[in-house]
Write a protein that binds this ligand. Structure first.
Ligand code: C2E
Ligand code: CA
Ligand code: CA
Ligand code: CA
Length: 276
């Protein structure tokens, strides 16, 4: 009896797995097509604000995919597929191009773009990024590349050279999702980054959990000592905002201020100076 149930359970499991694998294959071929046709892919933008005077500090580009049958897909659903298939390389270029062209119209505002570790393995990445900046006529010092710890800590010589080239060109390197990786505070000094972004998982329970608050406090304090600005992401309510202000985060981002905006809403938002 138990054995039979076990087998039935296993069959169910393998058929679920098959379905899942088929789904991933489909996403990959659909994404390839979307990229070739440049259709369905959209860049959204979420504003970042300075804590001190609540002024607009920058916009973070966030990819969306309007799938013809599956509807609006969030990056978490297709970025892993893009990374595994290598499609993240042309996809990443495309996001950067779109975002640079958009932001070139508004001087002074910083543009933050997420970079996958897979993109960093490309030999000529730094050169391509500089080329895209030139084509869009965007000053490199306005671009912040958001990378996770794993990517920045990489000891691979090519990757180190690539990051060096980018910084030499004036591009800023931001440590994203801080707190979710191996994250040791001691890394902060060695990493040589221009900014740290505390992950929303910490911000989320900062007002409820003393430990999270202590961690954010410690990170922000150390970063300040090292002269590195700190952004808090995922700020959803005013309690979090108030605490983060007291703790001394330099910039804030989250639903409390604005959700990510479509390109059209972004233009409207930026055109209305009163809003920032
Ligand atoms: P991330 O870089 O950590 O981006 C922050 C995520 O939190 C975004 O999700 C954003 O929409 C969401 N968020 C912003 N404010 C709040 C808030 O107040 N509360 C909550 N609960 N969430 C908030 P999104 O857009 O779904 O992106 C997820 C992840 O996908 C990003 O995490 C980033 O790692 C990746 N991603 C997005 N766009 C790109 C891209 O163009 N290239 C690459 N390589 N990765 C991307
Ligand atoms: Ca990010
Ligand atoms: Ca994050
Ligand atoms: Ca991230």
């Amino acid at each position: 009896q138990a054995k039979r149930e076990g087998r039935a359970c296993f069959r169910r499991f393998t058929s679920e797995l098959d379905k899942h694998i088929q789904h991933l294959r489909r996403l990959e071929s659909d994404l390839r097509e979307a990229l070739a046709k440049k259709s369905g892919l959209e860049v959204y933008y979420q504003p970042l604000f300075t804590t001190a005077d609540e002024k607009l500090a920058g916009m973070e580009a966030l990819i969306r995919w309007r799938h013809p049958e599956l509807g609006l897909l969030q990056p978490e659903e297709f970025i892993p597929v893009a990374e595994e298939s290598g499609l993240i390389v042309p996809l990443g270029d495309w996001v950067l191009q779109q975002a640079c062209l958009m932001m070139a119209q508004w001087p002074d505002i910083t543009l933050a773009v997420n970079l996958s570790p897979v993109q960093l393995r490309e030999e000529n990445l730094a050169e391509r990024i500089v080329e895209i900046l030139n084509e869009a006529n965007l000053d490199p010092s306005r671009l912040e590349l958001e990378l996770t710890e794993g990517a920045i800590l990489n000891t691979n010589e090519n990757i180190r050279t690539c990051l060096k080239k980018l910084r030499a060109a004036g591009v800023k390197i931001v440590l994203d999702d801080f707190g979710t990786g191996y994250s040791s505070l001691t890394h902060l000094q060695k990493l040589d980054v221009d900014k740290v972004k505390i992950d929303k998982s910490f911000v989320n329970d900062i007002a409820a959990n003393d430990q999270s608050e202590a961690i954010v406090h410690a990170v922000t304090y150390l970063a300040r000592v090292l002269g590195i600005p700190v952004t808090a992401e995922g700020v959803e309510n005013s309690r979090q905002h108030d605490l983060l202000r007291i703790i001394g985060c330099t910039e804030m981002q989250g639903f409390l201020y604005s959700h990510p905006l479509s390109a059209e809403d972004t233009r409207r938002f930026l055109a209305d100076k009163k809003k920032w």
